[in-house]
Ligand binder design. Structure first.
Ligand code: MOS
Length: 721
């Protein structure tokens, strides 16, 4: 690839912050040195529903080092929600300790602040709380009748679904279940908060700096300019750190009340109840096609749960609205309020789970039609998003499927399940299609050019975050590209609300947004400097211009935002997943032997970090099938999966040989740099490619995740009609 420098965009360079991370020099939220720091330990409720009737803090307060025991009785008054069960957004207020009511097991009911962490932890155990207990709603089956239509509507109807199903010659109705899952980034949620004369400073592990500042400001009813949020390094998020959760508010409140900086870390156990989760989804698909394989109808109805105090709805049907050329389409979502914490976005919310249902159903229908599942998808491809009648800005889904088939050796696949064997192993091949919105957003950035010893250096600033994705690196590469200097001479400063505003890291918009924002700042710097110096030299470097004119310092800002063309199109990344699975016919144990992922996700800024994103996504997608499941205790409503000993994620041994291919694509409608999103595409539809391979191996259709060997062994082989 031709680039301005050998480290400019498109080059597979190492992470620019890699050395800091492996040497322990990169500081995460709880590691900052703050003078006079106090430590906090939160206390969790031990009932799922009810009311606190008494709290005895006397024993805790007597302990050495204890500074404050915070409960709803002495907590600061915060802004309250002014409606029942409001829609939870990335910047919603987070009232905490405002009443004796309990909404879920593990809800924060108190906080102990002490001179040391050990003192806080010990004293927290001495707080005695009595509850008046109510019967909680924790059983999905029993609460089915309480489902309601969410306030935030994402239902979609086009054509006539009944007519479409009547027209179908081959049809399928099936229900797919995905369990509660938890994100669990390696870095625990953490904060060090200071309150100084009404001004808040918070080192906090968050994906979105600006939204965290809004949540803090609004919850405490103070101006946003008085809140500074700092997060230079974030050890993973997967959606759980999109929103500043209640612990952030607890720490700020404790800092305000004690007059000392307060550190609060959410423990691994608490991350099952106090940060985020992906809720259980029951997805019903009705799908039909003509005998020659043209889709006539597709309905995708999802039943999930939200909490009793906030609403979150994962848009599982989002893929079914836009992926295929189907004239009659219905997508609905319904929610059951339950005594479980509010769910929120987890990597590819909607797509990761919705594609499991849709792409399983497509495979099932292809089998009923006796069509190759790739040919079936290609036959039903569309270049227009039928949910809004907008053309896709770019869509290489057919190419992803065809090229993936070649790389994978799809032609070796046996159509009939159970016919590819090696000893005890039944071998299956599975495929699935992936789509994920690429919602690039308004991003500002600042660049400072400095000439030192006739050498140009640059510093780029924005309030972006790097949640392990490579933001530092691609921002440095962008500046390198447009300023014509190597990345070694570029300093990237991110993760601080003093810097220009970006949308933060979420929704797969980080890379496109940050890169385009950095580009605008660089271009403005070059333009501004040339104008100032009245230079019309088009070819010369900015470094030479500064040397010639003895300019040693120049600063510029820039903002990139979606164009009119972007708004007139549907902008998505596309991909295809291929899996080869070997199933032991006697034990139900299975191995994912190989995976091939082909993505068409715009210009790849750095193939190395992009590859990391995709293998991370594939691993998480495989985790959905082989292990991930959070279980609620049926009587008490607590999570009985509460450590990595009970909540399993894939390890290296579980994972296949992975091949990742990026199709050359540059989508100039998506944005000036042609970049689309990638962080969530990698997890999308992976689960279906694996369960489709399991079907191809065994003839058993696995519609409930995770697929344990026990479930697989006891499942019936489908009637082959
Ligand atoms: Mo993502 S679920 O927007 O971090």
């Amino acid at each position: 690839m031709e680039t301005a420098t050998s480290s400019g965009i498109g080059n597979a360079i190492d992470r620019v912050e890699g050395r800091l991370k492996v040497t322990g020099m990169a500081k995460y939220a709880s590691e900052f040195f703050v003078e006079n720091l106090a430590y906090a330990q939160a206390i969790n409720s031990t009932v799922a529903k009810g009311k606190i009737v008494s709290i005895d803090t006397s024993e805790a307060e007597k302990q050495k080092g204890v500074i404050l025991v915070l409960t709803h009785l002495n907590a600061e008054k915060l802004k309250a929600y002014d409606e029942e069960r409001p829609v939870l957004s990335v910047s919603s207020i987070q009232p905490v300790l405002q009443s004796p009511e309990i909404h879920y097991y593990g809800e924060y009911v108190g906080l102990v602040v002490a001179d040391t962490f050990e003192q806080a932890q010990y004293a927290a155990r001495l707080v005695k709380i009595e509850y008046e207990k109510d019967a909680p709603t924790i059983n999905f089956e029993e609460a089915r009748g309480e489902a309601y239509k969410p306030n935030e509507q994402s239902d979609h109807l086009r054509g006539d679904i009944d007519a479409g199903m009547a027209e179908a010659e081959v049809k399928l109705e099936a229900t797919y279940n995905t369990p509660i899952e938890h994100q669990h980034p390696m870095e625990l949620h953490a904060i060090i908060a200071t309150w100084d004369n009404g001004k808040v400073k918070a080192y906090a592990s968050q994906q979105m700096i600006d939204n965290a500042a809004i949540t803090i400001a609004e919850t405490f009813q103070i101006p946003k300019r008085d809140v500074r949020v700092i997060a230079p390094y974030v050890g993973g998020g997967f959606g759980s750190k999109l929103h500043a959760k209640q612990h952030v508010i607890l720490a700020v409140m404790a800092a305000k009340m004690t007059g000392r900086p307060v550190q609060l870390t959410v423990t691994r156990q608490q991350m099952f109840t106090n940060t985020n989760l992906r809720q259980h989804n029951e997805q019903k698909i009705s799908i039909g096609a003509t005998r020659d394989g043209k889709l006539t109808a597709l309905a995708h109805d999802t039943l999930s749960h939200t909490s009793t105090y906030e609403e979150y709805q994962e848009p599982c049907g989002s893929v079914s609205k836009m992926l295929y050329n189907v004239p009659n389409n219905r997508v609905t979502h319904r929610l059951i309020p339950m005594n479980i914490q509010t769910p929120f976005a987890m990597r590819a919310p909607g797509e990761a789970t919705g594609s499991f249902a849709l792409e399983s159903a497509m495979d099932e229908l292809a089998w009923k039609l006796k069509m190759d599942p790739i040919a079936f998808r290609i036959l039903n491809d569309t270049q227009t998003d039928l949910s809004n009648d907008k053309a896709f800005s770019s869509r290489l889904l057919k190419e992803c499927l065809r090229i993936g088939a070649d790389k994978f050796g799809w032609n070796q696949r046996k159509m009939t399940p159970g016919t590819n064997r090696q000893g005890n192993w039944l071998i299956g091949y599975g495929v699935s299609a992936a789509s994920r919105a690429a919602p690039y957003q308004k991003t500002s950035s600042k660049v400072l050019l400095e000439l030192k010893n006739k050498t140009l250096y640059a510093t780029v600033q924005m309030d972006a975050t790097d949640i392990g994705t490579g933001s530092y690196t691609i921002i440095a590469q962008t500046a390198s590209e447009y300023l014509g200097i190597p990345v070694e001479r570029i300093t990237v400063e991110i993760g601080d609300s003093l810097f220009p505003v970006t949308p933060g890291s979420g929704g797969s918009w980080g890379a496109a947004s940050y890169a385009n924002g950095a580009r605008m700042a660089c271009l403005n710097a070059i333009d501004g400097l040339k104008r100032k110096l009245n230079s019309h030299d088009k070819a010369g470097s900015i470094e030479a211009l500064m040397i010639d004119n003895q300019v040693t310092r120049y600063e510029a800002e820039g903002t990139a935002e979606p164009s009119e063309a972007f708004k007139k199109h549907s902008v998505y990344s596309f991909g295809a997943n291929f899996s080869e699975v070997w199933v032991d016919k006697d034990t139900g144990m299975y191995r994912i032997k190989r995976m091939v992922n082909v993505g068409a996700c715009g210009k790849i800024l750095n193939p190395k970090t992009a590859f990391g994103q995709i293998i991370g996504g594939l691993t998480m997608g495989a985790g959905m099938v082989i292990a991930e499941q959070s279980r609620v205790e049926p009587n008490y409503g607590n999570f009985i999966t509460r450590s990595f000993a009970d909540y399993h994620v894939p390890v290296n041994l579980d994972m296949a040989n992975i091949e990742v291919v990026f199709l050359p694509e540059e989508d100039k409608i998506a944005n000036e740099m042609g970049v689309k999103g990638i962080g969530e595409l990698g997890i999308t539809s992976v689960a279906a490619s694996i369960t489709n391979a399991i079907f191809n191996a065994t003839g058993k259709r696995m519609r409930d995740l995770p697929v344990t060997p026990e479930k697989l062994l006891t499942a019936a082989v489908e009637e082959i009609s």
